[in-house]
Design a protein around this ligand. Structure first.
Ligand code: ATP
Ligand code: MG
Length: 569
């Protein structure tokens, strides 16, 4: 491709709206263009990368025995109504009506539609197992679209679904996907870890997420450097920290005027936050509940929602808190509270602690769990760095991660709901056992940039680079330079290399800056020594040029590209 003919619109300035490195670089390199919040067009360079990421995923899915198909993104409501997710998705689902007033949505994920398809086409155990997939746009009206295509409202997902006759079969299908994911992400050059993930309130027997370590990641991962255990913090079990035993004292009320937060209490009472128990009120679907954790801990909302089987869980509003406690916000406590109290395991072991008194400006001290009634005592807090590893007990570390893939043993949730059965050897109808497997294709593309960039721009790994080599004539006014650049360009094309020729009438500085920004892995610059057939060869990650004959430069570029394409396979 000749750069002079290309739709290329690089920006020198960092766009103000872009918070993450990948979002900034995708805009600056002209890979994407924003249409609305969380909605982007892929410009030619960006589309080439997206297609490569897709193709890697496709090849690994095919290799694992999955079959590709393509469904509509515009979906009738019925199957989602049957599974209950027409309600569960709530405002996240883009909904619309046709001219006959029938309900439709833009597919946020396709479990129901795959189940329907298999139900209509697969009848016998002889046809199982079967894994189907598609690579397609998904639509979710995210509460907070951000980081460009990382969390967008239209995004490309590879979604696969396996159908098995029993759990042993599901384990095999799941294992195949696990390995296909590892290969696909390795081929993209991603440094990832696989973590145990939450399976949600709706059950399922296991799930793992593929996380790319990055500061911009919205997920927190707890991992153990000693034994390799890794889990999403939503999921990681927490052991209670043992506290010194004390003789239980009788509770008493203390006057704490205007002292609402744990920090204020610590200062006011000159004590440690570990002496307090926080009482947080949550609206869980249509009930109000109180959650208790030690003063220095955080409530894990996923664990709480799972325990309650709640679809929606939000912190209660100030007015609700006042109505339930009879006190201003900041003075809630479990004693005398009329709503269900869910207590963390750690709280159950504490003695003589401090809580709000459900009376403005008052707290109780020397509280013990016998002073109130808890509806349940569960693991309710979020793991933090230094907590004991759930597997080996040594301290865990935490890091931020970008979830690029998710694999999930679903079981029979959808096949039961929609009646997707097969006939076994005895002619008996049985529900198929499902697994589902997603890859955020567009998010993975952004994740690659998060891991492969420097202060000048993107440094694409060869396997996903939009072009592999760029040939830059230093001056378009020098016929010798232009002729040699053209020859190198042709030679590389002949050898199947994806190559750009920067034939623009621009200063060489501009050309080099653009080549660095868009991240082409190999640059061959043809300058003053063109007449002697000497060119400058340089990798995007190098700091120096190597002077080579044009033939050597071509040979080196070809070898480098071939090596890069093999990497991770
Ligand atoms: P998240 O927790 O990030 O919202 P999710 O659990 O909703 O993800 P899944 O429903 O499992 O995601 O979707 C499969 C994959 O699709 C995810 O692993 C992620 O890589 C990608 N994905 C999900 N939501 C988005 C989005 N809004 N924009 C881009 N990619 C997304
Ligand atoms: Mg989501």
């Amino acid at each position: 491709m000749r750069v002079s003919k290309m739709l290329l619109n690089t920006l020198r300035e960092v766009p103000a709206e872009a918070e993450s490195v990948s979002h900034q670089l995708m805009l600056r390199a002209g890979l994407i263009r924003k249409l609305a919040a969380g909605i982007y067009s892929y410009l030619p360079l960006g589309l080439r990368v997206l297609r490569k990421v897709e193709q890697i995923v496709r090849e690994e899915m095919d290799e694992a025995g999955a079959q590709e198909l393509l469904m509509s993104a515009l979906l009738p409501a019925e199957a989602y109504q049957a599974s209950g997710r027409w309600e569960v998705f709530g405002a996240d689902m883009f909904r619309l009506k046709d001219r006959g007033d029938r309900d439709f949505c833009l597919g946020p994920t396709h479990e129901e539609i795959f189940t329907e398809t298999v139900l209509a086409t697969v009848k016998s155990y002889k046809q199982l197992p079967m894994t189907l997939y598609q690579i397609q746009n998904k639509y979710r009206d995210e509460r907070r679209p951000r980081f460009g295509v990382m969390r967008s409202r239209e995004f490309v997902m590879k979604d696969a679904y396996s159908f098995d006759r029993d759990n042993a079969g599901l384990d095999v299908s799941y294992e195949k996907m696990y390995h296909a994911y590892c290969k696909a992400f390795s081929r993209m050059g991603l440094d990832f870890i696989v973590v145990d993930a939450d399976s949600g309130a709706m059950g399922g027997s296991g799930s793992q997420e593929f996380m790319v370590k990055s500061d911009t990641g919205e997920d927190t991962i707890a991992y153990c450097p000693a034994c390799g255990y890794a889990a999403n913090e939503e999921k990681a079990p927490c052991a209670p920290e043992s506290m010194p035993e004390e003789e239980k004292r009788a509770l008493s009320k203390i006057h704490t005027p205007g002292v609402r937060t744990i920090e204020e209490l610590v200062a006011f009472l000159h004590t440690d936050s570990k002496r307090f128990v926080k009482t947080l009120l949550y609206q869980a679907d249509d009930q109000l509940v109180a959650a208790l954790v030690r003063g220095d801990r955080e409530v894990n909302e996923v664990k709480l929602a799972n325990h309650l089987g709640a679809r929606e869980l939000t912190l209660a509003e100030g007015a609700q808190v006042t109505a339930a406690t009879g006190a201003a916000v900041g003075f809630a406590g479990p004693i005398g509270l009329k709503i269900p109290v869910i207590m963390d395991l750690e709280v159950a072991q504490m003695t003589n602690f401090i809580v709000g008194a459900n009376e403005t400006d008052y707290h109780y001290q020397d509280v013990n769990t016998s002073d109130f009634e808890a509806a349940a005592t569960i693991d309710l807090r979020t793991i933090v760095a230094g907590d004991p590893c759930p597997k080996c007990g040594l301290p865990v570390t935490t890091t931020q991660g970008i979830e690029v893939g998710h694999i999930f043993k679903l079981g029979t949730k959808y096949t039961d709901a929609l009646g997707c059965t097969f006939l076994d050897e005895n002619g008996k109808a049985q529900s198929m056992i499902m697994g589902c497997y997603g890859i955020g294709v567009s998010r993975a593309m952004a994740a690659v940039i998060e891991q492969y960039s420097d202060d000048k721009g993107i440094c694409w790994p060869v396997a996903v680079a939009p072009y592999q080599v760029i040939v830059v004539p230093v001056s378009m006014r020098e016929p010798a330079q232009v002729a040699l650049a053209e020859k190198i360009y042709e030679d590389l094309r002949q050898q199947g290399i994806e190559v750009l020729l920067d034939d623009r009438n621009e200063r060489v500085g501009v050309k080099f800056t653009d080549a660095e920004l868009i991240g082409i892995p190999v640059r061959i610059a043809v300058g003053r020594q063109a007449a002697e057939d000497v060119v400058e060869y340089r990798l995007r990650t190098d700091t120096d040029n190597t002077m080579l004959s044009s033939a050597d430069a071509v040979a080196r570029a070809v070898a480098f590209v071939q090596e890069g394409l093999k990497a991770g396979r």
